[in-house]
Design a protein around this ligand. Structure first.
Ligand code: PGA
Length: 254
């Protein structure tokens, strides 16, 4: 069993440098004395360095990564540059990037491979846009398979799969968190898919977390009943009190 992993995905927030540093400081202060949990903060690119300086208990993550190390790729940020500022994790393939930027499976695959091969842990986001009933749609497995194409088994240790049903993300119209039962179904489905691709040990040990309207009020159920190993937290990660509460509950639910 891994320690629970709680990742703050700040998305394109906050607006200013000062607010970002303050938010990171408040979170860090709140984390003092909490043990047995891993915390990652993923601020926007321009704030990575300064936020990174504030972090002691938590690790630094980025919200995206590019596959090449250097060169003519206007607007992109490479794995090498991210490592340079101390980012150890990179969120990859978030549904908002697919929706607004047109990121596709092939790009996601290149990013996952580059991250894994260069020692940055990818937080690979997969999840269906819609779901009818309780069955996890096959598109989730397809996303996972496509993202892992060409990834060697020996690299899987660094991988984190974030199951985020898109309809459950708090900013989606009519959003509601998934049920812990369904999260568990997704977990089993993801483990089976990995087992089919890489064998049983890999399937049983890959780290899987849940994302989608996670709050202090529901985190325990995703960890306990959903058997998820952590959470990717958007909206609630911008509220330091709520976020620290989530971390504290996760730490006591090991
Ligand atoms: P949410 O976002 O916690 O606000 O639902 C999660 C995410 O999009 O990563």
């Amino acid at each position: 069993m891994h320690k629970p992993l709680i990742i703050a995905n700040w998305k394109m927030n906050p607006a200013t440098f000062a607010e970002a540093v303050l938010l990171a400081r408040k979170i860090e202060r709140g984390l003092a004395g909490i043990r047995g949990v891993e915390v990652v903060i993923a601020p926007p690119f321009p704030f990575l360095m300064e936020v990174g300086r504030v972090l002691k208990k938590s690790k630094l993550g980025s919200q995206d990564i590019f596959w090449a190390d250097i060169g003519p790729y206007t607007g992109e940020v490479s794995w090498r540059q991210l490592k340079e500022v101390g980012a150890e994790y990179a969120i990859i393939g978030h549904s908002e990037r697919k929706l607004h930027i047109g990121e596709n499976d092939e790009m996601i695959n290149k990013k996952v491979r580059a991250a894994l091969e260069h020692g940055v842990s990818p937080v690979l986001c997969i999840g269906e846009r819609e779901r009818a009933g309780n069955d996890i749609p096959g598109t989730v497995g397809e996303q996972l398979k496509n993202a892992l194409r060409g990834v060697k088994k020996s690299f899987l240790k660094g991988l984190i799969v974030a199951y985020e049903p898109v309809w459950a993300i708090s900013t989606m119209p009519g959003a509601r968190p998934d049920t812990p039962d369904n999260a568990f179904r997704a977990l089993v489905y993801i483990r089976k898919t990995i087992t089919r691709l890489y064998g049983r040990t890999a399937g049983e040990t890959v780290r899987i977390i849940y994302g989608g309207s996670v709050k202090a009020g529901n985190i325990a159920s995703f960890l306990r009943e959903g058997k998820m190993e952590g959470a990717l937290v958007g909206g609630a990660s911008l509220d330091p009190k709520e976020f620290v509460k989530i971390v504290r509950i996760a730490a006591s639910n090991r």
